[in-house]
Design a protein. Structure first.
Length: 144
């Protein structure tokens, strides 16, 4: 007696392998890196004092996955602290850019646009940093 081409055992084995591999594949997909615009801060939580965000610069709050910048006095912006190239946490804010230490991408402190791509490639070669909702509340920046 020959075994049918699609036995019950084979169907169950294929289903088990497929079911186990789906979460792994999803975890490796685009946008799966920590942060893709999501923050680790609860709405209304204090992120940083306004006095600690330099004019023309910013601060990286890696634990909350937020970069807070102040491109002009009294103007604050919030962006994801995860580089859109390969998901590294951004390293520094200097000279008007938010900088990735992994491959050298740079983003504008004003709008999060990519001004230098990875390894010195052209501007716009990676997506801009996702904006993060922030608000000024008294002397603090809070998640919004």
């Amino acid at each position: 007696m020959t075994e049918p081409a699609l036995s019950r055992r084979r169907v169950l084995a294929v289903g088990a392998v497929g079911g186990l591999s789906l979460p792994v594949l999803t975890a490796c997909g685009p946008g799966s890196q920590t942060g893709g615009g999501e923050t680790g801060a609860t709405a209304g939580a204090v992120l940083v004092a306004t006095a600690k965000v330099p004019v023309g610069g910013g601060v990286i709050l890696a634990e909350q996955n937020v970069v807070v910048t102040q491109p002009a006095k009294g103007t604050f912006n919030g962006f994801s602290a995860t580089c859109t190239h390969q998901g590294c946490i951004l390293a520094t804010v200097a000279a008007g850019t938010i900088n990735c230490g992994c491959h050298g991408s740079q983003f504008s402190i004003t709008d999060g646009s990519n001004v230098t791509g990875p390894s010195g490639s052209a501007a716009g070669s990676v997506p801009p940093l996702p904006k993060v909702g922030i608000k000024v509340k008294g002397a603090n920046i809070v998640s919004g």
